[in-house]
Design a binder for this molecule. Sequence first.
Ligand code: NIG
Ligand code: FE
Length: 404
Amino acid sequence: MTEPRWDGLIVGAGLATLDGEAYGAIEDGAVAWSDGVLTFVGRRDELPGDAASLADEVIEARGWITPGLVDCHTHAVFAGDRAVEFEMRLGGASYEAIARAGGGILSTVRAVRAADEDALFEASRPRVEALMRDGVTTLEIKSGYGLDFENERKMLRVARRFDGDGLTVRTTYLAAHALPPEYAGRADEYIDAAIDWLPRLHAEGLVDAVDAFCEGIGFSPSQTRRLFECARALGLPVKLHADQLSDLGGASIAAEFGGLSADHVEHTSEAGVAAMAAAGTVAVLLPGAFHVLRETRLPPLELFRKHGVPMAVATDCNPGTSPLLSLRQAMQLACTHFRLTPEDALRGATTHAARALGLADRGVLRVGQRADLTLWRVRHPAELCYWLGGDLLDASWVAGRRRS
Ligand code: NIG
Ligand code: FE
């Protein structure tokens, strides 16, 4: 019998496998992989006696290992910033009023349109690197600040450029984010255009999912449905900015299309929650936007629990409502504002976030899953949600390759 060969083996750290209750915790653990896939997850004393000689590299570690973090909702590709709007909001202006006056999303659209592809990449890189430095190994990035064919394409191409050895990037087409000025008063025609661009961008391999902003200052339920029909015809999954500022039934629309997720969901009704449960749609909580907008309306957390809707946690990294560069900080905010337990927040940023992206190969530590691992300098996994900021990451491996 040929002996198994392992490319890598880490011993000594605790494992928050998230496979089972109480973090699926294993103290003094061992995790091994071959060809980027986990081949052993268990206690060190369960390893075969000759384990050290089976592995090309053996790493003695301290601290805790979790699955690599998955940030399942970001707008990390953009140019410029909106610090002035932050000041205006603190002075009393609302997010909606600023948007209606031509600021908000449209202000970032102007900055993105003015930047060429390389400049947009360089402007976005520090944000992507910051997210990676705090443990993210899989990152969703949306378009939605281009709002015409060439600029949506530019954003998606930049997002794809971040995909590589050290990071998986999933791209989401969000042309239905705001109405560009050249379509003022013609939202239906703009949706026609967005529907026209989608298959062309998909043919270039730039689109993994389709999203929309279904809201009074965004697009209506019927416009959202028309776009989603097109996604369905192309076999693309959908997700939705749903019920953030008001209840337009967005969660139910996401569910109607078998959506991967409904995101924000502060105003979602019980009917919406039940529809999500029936469709297997994940609720993506975005406590950064809740925090920055100083919202008071909590998402229906008890209803999500009652109906068994998994809750993911993401940064929503964007220049307007959530200039948040750490998924761990988003987990902290989810605990503080939404009373998630640290364990729920960790599952939200791994297991459930992976599901919100349709990725079944990651988000728990289990044999057969991708070897996306993060090693943290902590004594207990709850510390990941306890510290506000800080530098807890010791090292990460992406498909078994050490990144830092
Ligand atoms: O998720 N709600 C719409 N989209 C973003 C905000 C984008 C922006 O303000 O630039 C969000 O909060
Ligand atoms: Fe968003």
